[in-house]
Design a protein around this ligand. Structure first.
Ligand SMILES: [Zn+2]
Length: 73
């Protein structure tokens, strides 16, 4: 969680939030790389971390304190 621990300012958070929402939560949790056009479960081509699209959405929603909505199974 390198990226997340480095996020401090509100403006950075807002910019990241927009980026994540624009990519429908398909954004690498570690480096912020857009994974929107990639497989549901794969590795981030940028940093190599494994991801799962549903896990990403849950993690980002929690990070941004968004309504869990359909993320809760
Ligand atoms: Zn990454």
């Amino acid at each position: 969680m390198i990226l997340l621990t480095n996020l401090g300012g509100r403006s950075v958070n807002g910019r990241m939030r927009r980026h994540v929402l624009d990519n429908e939560f398909r954004v690498c949790i570690d480096c912020g790389y857009s994974l929107r056009n990639l497989a549901e479960e794969h590795r981030c081509p940028e940093c190599g971390v494994q991801y799962d699209a549903s896990e990403l959405e849950r993690a980002w929603r929690a990070w941004f304190s968004l309504d869990p909505a359909s993320a809760e199974a």
